[in-house]
Design a protein. Structure first.
Length: 332
């Protein structure tokens, strides 16, 4: 199997989150042509996951999984002597290609693994949550994300926070007659940026990103509303962190905790090189698919950028890694 060609074929199908149907149909055709039992796993509207199993083993012990969706904007594929470029080349369409290739190599030796490709990972793990309602009884789930072919020992979690400040409109020439919601929000964000965040040896720091800010009506109007969206990268439970955020914000704004994805630890296998993923994955939403492991080609440092790429050598090396890792797990 030419993994570079398959990677480019998949990259050239636009599949920004919410628009995964076309790439799902392509994968369905490709896997059916390889004599897998393939089915759509409906998620919502026209969106569906793709599940493929071997006719010889409908309940495989090991399942390879990753996501079909990408972040915007769509960037078509290109390549040079050493790299494949384009949106999704490393996150995660190159991973889809190597997972299929590794499954084929294992099948030639009579080892049958499953393949699960889901929608919505880049936004809310909707596809993974739906898949978790229909597990196939696997013992292990090898999830693919760009880890430079290193086995992740942990992945940070996520806590999304929305802050909403309220004020009172007035003419900007008479600010004393109004109450600025933006001034309140600035105070809150300044306090939160100074707040001490937890650290964990071997894992790193909990971090905070102020991702979105909006508010106000016009330059000559005292703003009566302002809001911000923050994202914390978690290294453990959130009870203390949530309490500290609420205490720090005080009565200057309303705090809503919109989403939490937990911090995860994973096993070490053999002498494989390891890393700690500072990003989150679908793994917490796939708990019914067996013990999770996290590994894949490509670097997260170039994912989501306009120059996203994956090294061709890493793609080929990943096939060997998935092959050997599966055999180690089955023999453990």
């Amino acid at each position: 199997m030419d993994v570079v060609a398959l990677t480019r074929q998949l990259v050239d199908i636009e599949s920004v989150t919410g628009n995964e149907a076309a790439v799902g149909e392509t994968l369905h055709r490709e896997l059916a042509a390889l004599q897998y039992d393939v089915r759509h796993m409906p998620v919502e509207g026209k969106r569906f996951n793709v599940l493929a199993t071997s006719p010889q083993e409908p309940r495989p012990a090991v399942v390879f999984s990753t996501h079909m969706d990408t972040v915007p904007p769509f960037i078509p594929s290109s390549e040079d002597a050493t790299r494949v470029y384009g949106r999704g080349s490393c996150d995660a369409k190159g991973i889809i290609a190597i997972q299929i290739a590794a499954a084929e190599r294992l099948r030639r030796e009579g080892i049958h693994v499953g393949l699960l490709f889901v929608v919505g990972e880049e936004r809310d793990s909707t596809g993974a949550k739906k898949a978790n309602e229909e597990p196939v009884g696997s013992r292990f789930l090898i999830n693919g994300e760009p880890t430079e072919n290193k086995l992740a020992l942990a992945s940070k979690g996520t806590l999304r926070v929305q802050l909403r400040a309220s004020g009172r409109m007035a003419h900007s020439a008479y600010p004393e007659l109004g109450e600025s919601a933006i001034d309140k929000l600035i105070q809150v964000l300044t306090r939160l940026r100074s707040m001490k965040l937890p650290s964990l040896k071997g894992i790193g720091n909990c971090t905070c990103n102020i991702g979105l800010i909006e508010g106000g009506r016009a330059p000559n109007v005292i703003p009566d509303f302002a809001q911000a969206h923050l994202l914390y990268r978690l290294i453990g439970p959130t009870e203390n962190l949530r309490r500290d955020i609420v205490k720090t914000v005080g009565d200057l704004a309303k705090v809503d905790f919109c989403l939490e994805i937990p911090f995860m630890r994973f096993r070490k296998v053999g002498k494989l090189p390891t890393m700690v993923a500072a990003f989150t994955t679908d793994i917490p939403a796939l708990g019914n698919w067996g013990e999770p492991l996290l590994i894949g080609p490509g670097s997260i440092h170039v994912a989501h950028t306009d120059g996203e790429y994956v090294e061709k050598q890493q793609l080929n090396d990943a096939i060997d890694l998935y092959y050997s890792l599966t055999k180690q797990l089955l023999n453990s």
